[in-house]
Structure formats: structure tokens, C-alpha cells
Design a protein around this ligand. Structure first.
Ligand code: FMN
Length: 171
């Protein structure tokens, strides 16, 4: 039971973090975070993804310069980019993997932020910059690092506003 409540705490306390300490993130931690993403669900269990880990400062600066709402990638010690083969459900599959990465990062005490990839005009430019083969689509870029300072909890809609009652059965 204790383990379950820890997982729920991680889910409920995760938030987008856009300011990071300079402290490096151990390689094995990043590897394990991606290992968690491997277990995300995918349509027909295709697992169409590839991940690129970017730690090089110059490359992160280049990516930050390209992304309109991801300037903080330059200051995060790590950026993981999520690509998926162009399958029917590539976006759902890549989004599930992205969510697993955000949650796994939180479980390691790390902050992270999902930066949009899919539908952005820069998606192809980033694929080429990272030498990812043609046919793969950029789903997301995820900045990761130890959080700097604290941020207020984002406002979330209350439960009673988002649960609709199912129609009652007609007799
Ligand atoms: C599909 C998607 C794209 C996003 N793109 C960006 C982005 O480009 N830049 C950014 O700073 N945050 C981005 N976010 C993060 C959202 O702004 C954030 O999740 C939202 O404000 C709720 O805050 P929370 O993550 O702390 O709950 C994105 C989130 C999603 C799901």
C-alpha cells in the first residue's frame, strides 16, 4: 500500500519545471528514465519510438534557439527528444512515452517540462539536426534537471467539474 501511495504522490505532485540547477544528472538515471518509457502502452504494442538524449551544451542551445516556447532547454542539463515512426497512432504512443518520462523524472527528484514537437514547424529541422532517420516524427522535447527554487502548484480543474455522469440505462 505504501508503494502505491508513493506513485500517486509522484503523479499528483509533478509539475512543469523550467528553471534548473547546474548540477549534472547521472547517466544511469537518464537511462532508467528512458527504460521506464519502454513500458508505456502503444497501439498494437508497436513501440514505434526512438529517443535522443542531448547533454551537449551547444546542441541544447541550438535547439532552444529553434523552439519558440523552449528557450529553457539551453539551461537544462539534459534534453530528451521523443521521435516516433509515422504510424497511425504515433502521436498517442509518443505522448504516452513522454508522460512516462515526466513522471519517472519526478520520481528521481528531477524537474522536467514537455516542449511541443509534433505540429511545430521546426519538427523536421530538429530531426535533421539530431541525425534521426527520415520517416520519424518529433513528438516532444523534454528538458530535465534538478529544479531551481520552487514554483506554485498549477491550477487544476476540480474533479466534480470534469466527471460527467454516464446516461442512466433506459428500461
Ligand atoms: C502537448 C504539450 C505541449 C507542451 N508544450 C510546451 C512548450 O512548448 N513549452 C512549455 O514551456 N510548456 C509546454 N507544455 C507544458 C504545459 O504548459 C504544462 O503541462 C501545463 O501548463 C500544465 O502545467 P503542469 O505540467 O505543471 O501541470 C506542453 C504540454 C503538453 C502536454
Amino acid at each position: 500500500m505504501e508503494k502505491i501511495s508513493e506513485v500517486l504522490k509522484v503523479l499528483k505532485e509533478r509539475r512543469s519545471i523550467r528553471r534548473y540547477q547546474e548540477k549534472e544528472v547521472p547517466e544511469d538515471v537518464i537511462k532508467d528514465i528512458i527504460d521506464c518509457a519502454r513500458f508505456a502502452p502503444t497501439a498494437r504494442n508497436l513501440q514505434p519510438w526512438k529517443f535522443v538524449v542531448i547533454t551537449d551544451g551547444l546542441l541544447r542551445k541550438k535547439i532552444a534557439g529553434i523552439c519558440d516556447y523552449g528557450k529553457f532547454i539551453a539551461d537544462a542539463p539534459v534534453c530528451i527528444s521523443v521521435f516516433c515512426e509515422d504510424t497511425k497512432y504515433y502521436l498517442e504512443d509518443g505522448s504516452a512515452a513522454t508522460t512516462y518520462i515526466l513522471v519517472a523524472a519526478k520520481a528521481y527528484g528531477l524537474g522536467s517540462c514537455w516542449v511541443a514537437g509534433d505540429k511545430k514547424p521546426y519538427a523536421e529541422e530538429i530531426r535533421k539536426l539530431l541525425n534521426v532517420p527520415p520517416g520519424y516524427k518529433l513528438v516532444s522535447l523534454i528538458s530535465i534537471g534538478y529544479p531551481e527554487g520552487t514554483i506554485p502548484a498549477p491550477s487544476k480543474k476540480p474533479l466534480d467539474e470534469i466527471i460527467l455522469s454516464a446516461p442512466s440505462r433506459k428500461r
